[in-house]
Design a protein around this ligand. Structure first.
Ligand code: AKB
Length: 312
């Protein structure tokens, strides 16, 4: 199968690329960054910006994918620092990706949505269908992306699907999100023996280990359309407090010191998001179920981060 990933050099894109390569997909990437070292053989790399329509349209025309995974976006913390850039990348970028798909006969677009579409004051856990009143430009643009994709499906029959990702954790470098503190605890804890966390110890939000996230994308992409009752699904895995993450790191990395110095801006963003998600629609429609809890994830992750940062 021919697949193009926008944002293929980012946190999800990098891991999905290797995952799909292992499954025999014929892959292309579109990203503002150039190709990294260790790129799997045979991957075509198009360098460009999603908010530049001609760069993205040319790449989609040339690569002629059946499926586009559209990940290119500025995340919540980076987006608040540069709202106009976030608008261009996330709003114009998603419109351009959908237009490219429509014009060049892409069968399916997979969209990375997020818990950032939610605002404060919602039930716990938060179900799929609630009023969406996000507090960040990132959340606003992701709500718009969900709605625009649904419009392309109704108007032009594009097979648009997506998941609302929790904060994602992998052996990689986080990319400007508010939920990055969890991954930094592991990375900095292993690299430097200490980490100063920018949210308080009781902070809680939905999180997920990357292998679960990749499996969710592929499983949703492969589910027959007749089984899907909606385009966008909540998916849930774990919701530890920051202190519980710290304890999981300390249990596996001797002598680590985790301290807390709250950054009010990022704490406010995190506090506006759900603590837990209700993913019963994904479970019912396509059999979704996360496999990794905090312990299983930490046991798998710590050796991988040790290898990544070269500290054993
Ligand atoms: C962020 O923190 O901005 C992202 C997200 C929750 O989508 N990890």
């Amino acid at each position: 199968m021919k697949i193009l990933i926008t944002g293929g050099a980012g946190q999800i894109g990098t891991d999905l690329l290797h995952h799909l390569h292992g499954k025999g997909a014929k892959l292309s990437v579109f990203d503002v960054a150039g190709p990294p070292e260790g790129l799997p053989p045979g991957v075509r790399w198009y360098r460009g910006s999603v908010d530049n329509p001609s760069e993205l349209l040319d790449a989609v025309k040339d690569a002629a994918p059946e499926v586009v995974y559209h990940f290119a976006a500025l995340l919540s913390a980076t987006g608040e620092a540069a709202p106009h850039r976030a608008y261009a990348a996330n709003m114009d970028g998603t419109r351009n990706a959908l237009e490219a798909a429509r014009l060049f006969g892409v069968r399916q677009v997979m969209f990375a949505s997020t818990i950032a579409v939610f605002g404060p004051g919602l039930p716990d856990p938060v179900p799929d269908d609630v009023p969406l009143q996000p507090s960040t430009i990132y959340g606003v643009t992701k709500v718009a992306g969900e709605l625009l994709g649904g419009y392309y499906k109704r108007k032009w029959g594009l097979d648009f699907r997506g998941v609302r990702f929790p904060g994602l954790i992998n052996a990689g470098v986080p990319g400007g999100g508010t939920t990055d503190y969890a991954l930094w605890m592991y990375v900095e804890g292993i690299r430097n023996g200490k980490y100063e966390c920018y949210v308080g110890p009781e902070s809680t939000c939905p999180m997920m280990y990357m292998p679960d996230a990749l499996r969710a994308l592929v499983e949703l992409s492969e589910t027959p359309v007749s089984r899907l009752k909606r385009c966008i699904y909540n998916i849930a895995a774990i919701s530890p407090t920051a202190a519980e993450f710290a304890a999981a790191v300390k249990k596996r990395v001797r002598g680590v010191e985790i301290t807390y110095k709250v950054d009010p801006a990022r704490q406010a963003i995190l506090d506006s998001w759900p603590r837990r998600l209700d993913d019963s629609c994904a479970r019912a429609d396509w059999g979704w179920k996360a496999a990794y809890d905090l312990d299983r994830m930490s046991d798998d992750l710590v050796p991988k981060i040790r290898k990544m940062v070269g500290v054993f």
